[in-house]
Design a protein around this ligand. Structure first.
Ligand SMILES: [Mg+2]
Length: 227
């Protein structure tokens, strides 16, 4: 078999389960435009998978914005609070998460976001989050000492299942290049569902690359198939 059997599944959140990356882009564009700067896809593509303060630093430096990290993040926060109420699940996310949960496959969230950010983004998706055994939220978790592409978030996340699965028994779902690198560094198989603008060459280490979660076939990794 091309793929190894897994027992546990770890999910990234932004851009993978929820369509939030375009909202982050909208917020960054809004704040940068206030200072006469243009936030482009070229900049955006370097930010995927990083923690909030790392993104702020990169944007400020790249565009030479006259703001401190905290000032930039505060301005973005004001925009987020307006637009994140309406964040949608990505196609296939509900079906896959419901399916794995109903079949008793242990699933968890491994996101670089903070607890406050999750609270804001998932305010209308609380029942969806209840399907996850636990949520590992990198930006507010003292054990997650580095952002992706460091593997620590996935290793910490896996260690919090009661039966502590080995990395090779975990499957990761990611949309970002840095997330794929982090999963590979953790010695986990990884299904990439990237933004179509991402250069596929950067995802060459992914176990499988899909256009949508809707295309995923759980049985390829020894998980229960859809009925
Ligand atoms: Mg992501």
């Amino acid at each position: 078999m091309q793929y190894k059997k897994v027992t546990h599944v770890l999910f990234d959140l932004d851009g993978l389960l929820i369509d939030s990356e375009k909202l982050y882009t909208e917020a960054f564009e809004t704040v940068c435009a206030k200072y006469g700067k243009t936030f482009t896809w070229e900049i955006k593509s370097t930010l995927l998978g990083f923690q909030g303060y790392e993104c702020a630093d990169k944007i400020i430096e790249t565009l030479n914005l006259p703001l401190t990290r905290d000032e930039f993040m505060d301005e973005c926060q004001k925009v987020y609070e307006k637009i994140f109420v309406n964040v949608q699940l990505m196609p296939g996310a509900q079906k896959l998460v419901d399916h794995l949960h109903s079949k008793g496959v242990p699933i968890a969230l491994a996101t670089s976001s903070s607890e406050n950010s999750i609270e804001m983004k998932m305010q209308n998706h609380k029942s969806f989050l209840k399907h996850f055994h636990h949520l590992t939220m990198g930006s507010s978790d003292p054990e997650v000492t580095k952002g992706k592409p460091d593997p620590i978030i996935f290793l910490v996340c896996a260690s919090r299942f009661p039966d502590k699965p080995k990395p090779e028994n975990c499957l990761v779902f990611e949309d970002a290049v840095n997330g794929v690198k982090a999963a590979c560094a953790a010695n986990m198989q990884v299904v990439a569902v990237p933004d179509p603008r991402i250069d596929k060459e950067q995802l060459r280490n992914a176990t499988l690359v899909l256009n949508s979660l809707e295309e995923f076939k759980p049985e390829l990794f020894g998980l229960p198939s859809y009925d």
